[in-house]
Each structure stands twice: as structure tokens, then as C-alpha cells.
Design a protein around this ligand. Structure first.
Ligand code: CTP
Ligand code: MG
Length: 228
């Protein structure tokens, strides 16, 4: 199959509070986006689409070429994102080439996603189900709290936290985005709402999303242990 990876990197990084869009924040000598792209370009994709804040398209292309090599320039598309993550994914989907069969949607903020997560997702799309999401078991005991009353526990054995890349049959993802009439929490939820089966594959702790300053510290620790 022909695979495209849509890398959403157009968020503002409010919770990180680093004074600029999160994807362009430095982890070490390299940005969040550049680390994420090292993983993306290790996966067997035909097209890589970067969705970035308007005005940062040139910077994004520079990052992509330094990660992929100038000879892979033709693989790379760069577009401006939307006001929400869902809007940014939609902007990316609009430029997927006609001959692509499988689309992966990946958060740039998951800068250290290992290549085998991409491989597990790709292997399951269309074989197991039209939608695939990498997950990790929830480690904490979960309580349902209303106001400040604990109103019950939740069976943790059924709970997981969802990561990216999430992989989809291209036609199914396009159609689900066309009929989506509200914001969903992730692409798997949007595709499930359109009536399609989603299966889980194993995620990876290294695939954590850089969201807060503490996450950035963790990323810096990881980068120091695995220099480029
Ligand atoms: N994203 C995007 N377009 C948006 C919002 C988010 O492309 N309008 C991307 C982010 O760049 C990130 C991923 O979606 O790679 C996950 O979003 P999140 O971690 O929430 O990033 P931000 O929205 O940038 O952070 P915050 O919510 O703290 O502002
Ligand atoms: Mg956000």
C-alpha cells in the first residue's frame, strides 16, 4: 500500500508556555518537530504532510529536508493548519495524493515515537480494521468525581490512553471527515462516530506527548541519552 503521514504541528503550545509554537521549541540543538520527523522519515511512507502555523511553512520545509535529506524533497508537502487540531488534520487531508491508500495522523508533539509503533499501526490498517490506534494501559486507579464527591470507580482493566500515529484506510478517513459535524477528541473517535471499527495496538511510553514544561524536561533528558 501507498502510505501518507500527516504530521500535525500547528498548535500554539499554550500549556507549554515556551513563548512560541510548540513544534519549533528546541529540545536540544533540534526542535520538537525535527525530533518527530526523524521517526516519521524512518517509517515507509510515500508522502509526508506537515501541518504548521501559517507563516512557518518555510521553516517546516527546512526541518523536513534536514531530517529526510534533500533528495526526498518531493515526498514532502507543507500546509498551514486550522484553529483546532481537527481543522489542522482536515487541512492535511486536503493535500493527500490521489494514489495514497493508508493515512497515518501523528502529533508532532510526540517527538520520540519509536519506529516500531509506526510499523504496528501500518501492519494493522485494513487488515484488522479500517482504523488503528496505539494505546497504553492506564496505570492509576480511576475515580469518577462529581463536584468533589467520589461517585464510583471505573474498571481500570478496560481503560487505556490513546496515542498517535493513528492509521486509517484513506477512503474511510476522508469520508469520516466529510460527515463530521462536531469536534472529536481524536481521529479514532471521529472515525468511530462515522460507524467504523477501530482496533488497538500496543503503544509505547516513549510516545508521550510533550504538553507541559515537565514533559519538555523529560524530552530533554531522553535527547541527552540518545544524541543525534
Ligand atoms: N495541533 C494542530 N493544530 C491545532 C492544535 C493542535 O496541528 N490547531 C497539533 C499540535 O501541534 C500537536 C498536536 O496537535 O502536535 C496535539 O495538540 P496539543 O498537544 O494540544 O498541542 P497544542 O494545541 O499546541 O498545545 P496546547 O493545547 O497546550 O495549546
Ligand atoms: Mg491543544
Amino acid at each position: 500500500p501507498r502510505i501518507a503521514v500527516v504530521v500535525v504541528a500547528a498548535g500554539s503550545g499554550t500549556r507549554l508556555g515556551a513563548g512560541g509554537p510548540k513544534a519549533f521549541v528546541g529540545i536540544d540543538a533540534h526542535s520538537v518537530l525535527r525530533h518527530a520527523l526523524n521517526g516519521v522519515f524512518a517509517a515507509p511512507s510515500a508522502q509526508v504532510i506537515l501541518v504548521v502555523p501559517a507563516g512557518r511553512e518555510g521553516d517546516a520545509m527546512t526541518e523536513a529536508l534536514s531530517a529526510a535529506g534533500e533528495e526526498r524533497r518531493d515526498l514532502v508537502s507543507v500546509v498551514a493548519g486550522g484553529a483546532t487540531r481537527q481543522g489542522s488534520v482536515a487541512a492535511g487531508l486536503a493535500v493527500v495524493w490521489p494514489d495514497i491508500d493508508i493515512v497515518l495522523v501523528h502529533d508532532a508533539a510526540r517527538a520520540f515515537t519509536p519506529p516500531d509503533v509506526f510499523e504496528r499501526v501500518i501492519a494493522a490498517v485494513g487488515v484488522e480494521a479500517p482504523g488503528v490506534v496505539p494505546v497504553l494501559p492506564v496505570v492509576d486507579t480511576i475515580k469518577r468525581v462529581v463536584g468533589d464527591d467520589v461517585v464510583g470507580g471505573v474498571d481500570r482493566s478496560e481503560l487505556t490512553s490513546a496515542q498517535t500515529p493513528q492509521g486509517f484506510d484513506r477512503a474511510v478517513l476522508d469520508a469520516a471527515y466529510r460527515v463530521a459535524d462536531r469536534e472529536h477528541t481524536d481521529d479514532a473517535a471521529l472515525v468511530a462516530a462515522a460507524g467504523h471499527r477501530i482496533v488497538a495496538v500496543e503503544g509505547d511510553a516513549a510516545s508521550f506527548k510533550i504538553t507541559t514544561p515537565a514533559d519538555l524536561d523529560r524530552a530533554r533528558g531522553l535527547a541527552a541519552k540518545h544524541p543525534p
